[in-house]
Design a protein around this ligand. Structure first.
Ligand code: PMV
Length: 311
């Protein structure tokens, strides 16, 4: 039912999680990166007219929720809707602060719900801009890769604000292991910027190496060269360690996955906590072996998503 402003009584929106396959952090400094949607973890938002905000599911970090709220407020302001209170109910099915894109997905789901509530259509660019508005509040300097990845339905290659589909000829399982430690994206991004800036010559070598690894990975991903892709992922984990964003627990999880037969393993997202990903054969037996090894090494939960198939 519509009211006189074209507003409905209720709007719904959804958005899924993501993992960064390779290129996090250096993407902030201009290298490409590859991200993969994780459709089985998602945020559901319902927007109602009137009332107060409610969140269910794991508690969102304050900054993430405030990014979402402010993105919604900004959208309402742009549409000239100043006389309505929107009650936003979020069911959060993505663990927050784990490098899985929880804050971007919250905002994407919320913005979609509010657009439906208000009887408005958002094109892809408006949706991206609105989610990115919230991400800047949640994360400070944000490359936009989380925003692009939670809005994408297939793997993407992201570089300097532009994303395009990443060809995927690999069929693999991607195991995501939660270290149980909250990730710290904002301080991690600041620490990497300081590290690169301290020694600009070394910093530029690191970025060149990172770019090569991402470019190679894009080729391996496209050509179905799973073993080489795995090696590049593991090497990128070492690059991130050198930039100071790994932790002994994350190194330990990555090593456990490799010992259990993963082709490659690395931290994903901002680091200083969060998750590790491991590249595995598509068969459930080898995936289970790696999941068990990760759990024994201290992961508090694991999920499997698929590369080159439904995720
Ligand atoms: O939100 P996270 O933890 O997945 O990190 C996003 C990726 C970074 O490269 C670390 C930051 C950015 O904005 O690109």
């Amino acid at each position: 039912m519509d009211d006189s402003r074209g507003m409905r009584l209720r709007g719904t929106g959804h958005a899924h999680a993501k993992v960064i396959l390779i290129g996090e952090h250096t993407v902030v400094h201009g290298t490409p990166a590859i991200a993969v949607p994780v459709r089985r973890l998602q945020i559901d938002a319902i927007a109602y007219l009137g009332g107060t905000n409610t969140t269910t599911g794991p508690i969102a970090p304050d900054t993430a929720r405030s990014g979402t709220d402010q993105a919604v407020q900004e959208l309402l302001r742009q549409w000239g809707i100043t006389d309505a209170t929107v009650d936003l109910r979020l069911h959060i099915g993505i663990p927050p602060a784990r490098g899985l894109g929880g804050s971007a997905a919250c905002t994407a789901a919320a913005v979609r719900a509010v657009a439906q509530l208000c009887g408005r259509e958002l094109d892809a660019a408006q949706l991206y801009e609105s989610v990115q508005f919230g991400e800047r509040i949640a994360h400070g300097r944000a490359s936009g890769i989380d925003t692009a990845a939670v809005l994408a339905s297939d793997p993407i290659r992201f570089e300097r604000g532009e994303s395009r589909p990443a060809a995927c000829g690999v069929r693999a399982g991607l195991i995501i292991a939660d270290s149980g430690i909250r990730g710290e994206t904002r301080p991690a991004v600041a620490a990497v910027a300081a590290r690169l800036g301290d020694d600009p010559r070394r910093g530029s070598e690191i970025l060149t190496h990172a770019r090569e690894l991402v470019e190679e990975s894009a080729e391996f991903l496209s050509a179905g060269r799973i073993a080489e892709l795995g090696r590049a992922l593991s090497e990128f984990h070492r690059v991130l360690g050198g930039l100071g964003v790994s932790l002994p627990r994350l190194d330990h999880l990555a090593e456990a996955a490799l010992r259990a037969g993963a082709y490659g393993a690395k931290l994903t997202g901002g680091g200083l906590g969060g998750c590790v990903i491991a590249l595995a054969d598509p068969d459930t037996e080898s995936q289970q072996r790696i999941r068990t090894a990760l759990t024994e090494a201290g992961a508090i939960r694991t999920w499997v998503t698929t590369l080159g198939g439904a995720s």
